[in-house]
Structure formats: C-alpha cells, structure tokens
Ligand binder design. Sequence first.
Ligand SMILES: NC(=O)c1ccc[n+]([C@@H]2O[C@H](COP(=O)([O-])OP(=O)(O)OC[C@H]3O[C@@H](n4cnc5c(N)ncnc54)[C@H](O)[C@@H]3O)[C@@H](O)[C@H]2O)c1
Length: 274
Amino acid sequence: MTQRLAGRIAVVTGGALGIGGGISRRLAAAGATVVVNDVDEEAAAATAGEITAAGGACGTLVGDIREPKVVEALRDRALAVGDGRVDILVNNVGDFRPAARTFLRSTEAQWQALYELNLLHVLRVTHALLPVMVEQRSGTVINNSTVEAFRGIPGHAVYSAYNAGVSAFTRSLAVEVGQYRIRVNAIAPDLADTPQTPAAAMLRGRDPALLRTWLPLGRFGAPDDYAAVVEFLASDDSRFVTGHTIPVDGGTLAASGWYGRADGKGWTNLPNET
Ligand SMILES: NC(=O)c1ccc[n+]([C@@H]2O[C@H](COP(=O)([O-])OP(=O)(O)OC[C@H]3O[C@@H](n4cnc5c(N)ncnc54)[C@H](O)[C@@H]3O)[C@@H](O)[C@H]2O)c1
C-alpha cells in the first residue's frame, strides 16, 4: 500500500485516546511522523508505543493544551521532530463537559471552561504553528467540531456555540491562508464510541437494534471512522477542498427530525407514530 503521508510531520492535540488516538494511529500508518500531545501521560506513551511497534514514527508532548506554555512547548517539539517543518495540524481536543442540565442553570465559570476546552486552544495552537506553514507555503489544518455546530442540542447550548465558532474559524481562516497553499477544514463527528462518550453509556441498556430508528447507518462510530476522513483532509487527495466542515455522523445530521418506524417500514417525522 502506498503511504500517502510519507515524509509529512503531523501534530495531533489530545492524540492519545478516542478520536484523537484513532487519528494519530491513522496518520502514522499513512507514513506521517506524528507528534502526539496529550494531558494523559500514560495514554500518550501507550499510543506512541503502539505506533512505533507498528513501524510508525511518533513523538509525544505531555501537557494540558489549555496552557499557553504547553502550546509553546508543542510548537518547539514539533519543529525539533520535523527539523523545522510542520505539515499537518489536527486540533482535536474538546469536551461537552462541564455540563449543566439547562442553559438557565449554567454558570459563567462553566462557559469559560467550555470556551477554554473547545475554542481558545484551537486559536492558540493554530496561531503558533501557522507561521511555519506560511513560511514553507504549504500545510493543512484540521479542526474537530461537532454536528451540534449545525443542529440544536438541548442542555449544551454553550458547547454548541463554541463548536460553531470552530467551524466559522475554519471557514474564514481558509479564505485568509489559501494564498499560501494552506488548507483549513474540519470534521463534525457524532456518536463516537470513545472514553468521553462510551457507546454503552449512550445506549444505557436500550436495544442496539433500535439504533437504526434514528441513525441511518445503524451503529456508533469507531475512532478510525473519523480518522479516515482526517487522513483524507490531511492528504493531497483533498487538495482542492478548503474551508469546509465534513460531518462524520452515520447520517444523523441528514436524518435530523426523522425516525425509523418501529415496524421497520420507512421513516416518520412524528416520533409518536409507530
Ligand atoms: N465523542 C463524540 O461522539 C464526539 C462528537 C462530536 C464531537 N466530538 C469531538 O471530538 C473530539 C474528541 O472527542 P473524543 O470523544 O475522542 O474525546 P475523549 O475525551 O474520548 O478523548 C480526548 C483525548 O484528549 C485528551 N485531552 C483531554 N483534554 C486535554 C487537554 N486539555 N490537553 C491535552 N489533551 C487533552 C484526553 O486525555 C484524550 O486522550 C472533541 O473535540 C469532541 O468535542 C466528539
């Protein structure tokens, strides 16, 4: 198999577990040298170990990406590993927690925490690494947004607002840096089976056969389902794609408001109808 990212230097924030772990493994398998940032030292070492055992190249930078000094250290580590180059930046860290039951019950401290977890570091890390890409006149930035940037999610209005910010940032920055042959895109996941949103917890004992009533592809996503799209966006196969957020959601966004009938005969937008 040809390694379509051979020789590229990639940085993945939150690259140890969940979707980020899938992305790190995929990019490395495609030939990129991956610098994994993660706050979980043990998980980062385990993922790096897996990558190198599989014949890939990987470095780690342990630290909380919300901290400016970690962003600086990540840039320095990436430049050291890449001998001055950075080709791929994946801004993956994000979380819907801390969550409140309703917006009315949420606090300003929670809004600030969600801002720092979902949007501020995306700006900071991109700001730190973009000059390298401008200098080399090439690069691709891939941000991790969510379907809830495009569809309402009760109880998580603030999280969805910051992720809409991630997608808007993606769009506008793409226009600004296209002249340097830098592309900026995002993915919008839904229903990933990860430590943040384990499928078993999401199902909470419900019959998995019922997934098809609201999820067209009828299953939760595995980290590699999202990583495959990130690999495409990182590669030259997407050379004429920039400024977009690609939903990777098993069809939930397309089906929003529609439910498969319990008898399996078609769909309804009146969920109480059997
Ligand atoms: N899980 C889903 O269904 C889903 C849906 C929509 C969007 N997303 C987005 O996808 C991204 C990844 O989600 P996931 O479910 O894989 O998350 P996860 O919590 O399962 O994994 C996150 C990884 O990032 C690391 N991490 C967390 N905070 C960090 C920090 N401050 N600094 C450095 N590393 C940190 C964790 O240790 C872990 O390795 C997030 O941006 C999330 O909002 C996920």
